[in-house]
Design a protein around this ligand. Structure first.
Ligand code: G6P
Length: 375
């Protein structure tokens, strides 16, 4: 009802603005990287003992999820391989459950789910177990869900109830949980020094403040959304850690505005999507730092030559400026490994405000359900 919405027009907007609080709650009590953080339902023995044993034993990670949760998994792959040095595979649950794969019992199977009830993700988990992979962990927002009951270990995110069908605060809290998992695995494998642990924890604790300053970009995003509201297509480009963020940005836009949006790894532009660029195709580029911008410059020119208009979500320390056909929003700070949690926020706001401008049913987009509990 209107009372719960407070100053917000829709749950999606409210939930986007709750992210500093959701992240703070999710990280509350996290003083250091301790295995107890990942205790599951009914694990026996000393706190954290089961988690520690699992983390020591496994030598690869298999992430299974659907929708937005799948994109948080795709982001985590960069952390798990980059920081913890653990080979990581991310699979769409509905694909994994039906394909022949090569199981390795020394795999940590990680399911990611806001609801903990998504039919395909549960079935994929059961499929992995039937193949002899018994080390299971879930990153989940509902402590009483089937997913938490069925996984040996769990990290419960504290996003709070999410009502908007398009997931926002659940996604960023999943990323926080996945980053903690990365650090825990790095520690179990002796790949995390005390100094790095302290630095990462400090950066995590700063996230609520950093998110607040990103939310303050809303007026600039609203002005972008006025352009997007008149388009029927959009292209999102990202690279590295921000490629999954580009995918999530495109998903958010299509879910709530019904604009056809696609995301590509930036380097793929000239291998296909450039053919789509006309003056009717806005191109959003996510988080290009200067090194990427150098590489993108010729692409940017190619986009401009075809009349395409660029919307650049630039890192805090880039020097790209607004110019004809190039709109730049600069992020308040440069955030390193955790920057996906910040860069996704303007994309959520862009989808939200574009939907408002188009008058769609933001919180209940046509044909979509909050939780897909049947196949
Ligand atoms: C539905 C929702 C999405 C969500 C996906 C996975 O499609 O609309 O927002 O990302 O299910 O749900 P889960 O609860 O498993 O994260």
């Amino acid at each position: 009802g209107a009372a719960e919405l407070g100053p917000y027009r829709h749950y999606m907007q409210k939930e986007i603005f709750e992210q500093p609080r959701a992240i703070a709650d999710t990280l509350e009590g996290v003083q250091g990287i301790v295995p107890e953080l990942f205790d599951g339902v009914g694990v026996d023995g000393a706190p954290g003992a089961a988690a520690w044993r699992v983390f020591k034993e496994i030598d690869r990670v298999l992430i299974l999820a659907c929708g937005t949760s799948y994109y948080s998994g795709c982001t985590a792959k960069y952390w798990l391989e980059g920081i913890a040095k653990i080979p990581t595979q991310v699979e769409i649950a509905s694909e994994y459950r039906y394909r022949d794969s090569v199981p390795d019992p020394k795999t940590l199977v990680v399911t990611i789910s806001q609801s903990g009830e998504t039919a395909d993700t549960l079935a994929a988990l059961r499929h992995a177990r039937s193949l002899g992979m018994e080390q299971t962990l879930t990153i989940c927002n509902v402590a009483t869900s089937a997913m938490v009951r069925e996984c040996k270990l769990a990290y419960i995110t504290r996003a709070g109830v999410e009502i908007g069908v398009a997931s926002t605060k659940a996604f960023t809290t999943q990323l926080a949980g996945l980053f903690l998992l990365t650090l825990a695995l790095a520690q179990a494998k002796d790949r995390l020094g005390d100094a790095d642990e302290a630095r990462y924890l400090k950066e995590m604790r700063h996230l609520p403040v950093a998110l607040q300053s990103v939310l303050a970009l809303e007026p600039q995003i609203i002005s972008w959304s006025e352009d997007f509201a008149r388009k029927e297509n959009a292209l999102f480009l990202g690279r590295g850690l921000h490629y999954p963020i580009a995918l999530e940005g495109a998903l958010k836009l299509k879910e709530v505005t019904y604009i056809h949006a696609e995301a590509y790894a930036a380097g793929e532009l000239k291998h296909g999507p450039l053919a789509l660029v006309t003056s009717e195709m806005p191109v959003v580029t996510v988080a290009p730092n200067d090194a990427l911008l150098e590489k993108l410059k010729s692409n940017l020119q190619e986009v401009r030559a075809r009349g395409g208009v660029l919307y650049v979500l630039a890192d805090g320390d880039t020097r790209i400026e607004n110019s004809e056909g190039v709109h730049v929003i600069r992020m308040p700070e440069h955030y390193g490994a955790l920057s996906p949690l910040l860069h996704v926020v303007p994309l959520q706001l862009l989808a939200y405000h574009t939907a408002c401008a188009r008058g769609t049913d933001v919180d209940k987009p046509r044909n979509l359900a909050k939780s897909v509990t049947v196949e």
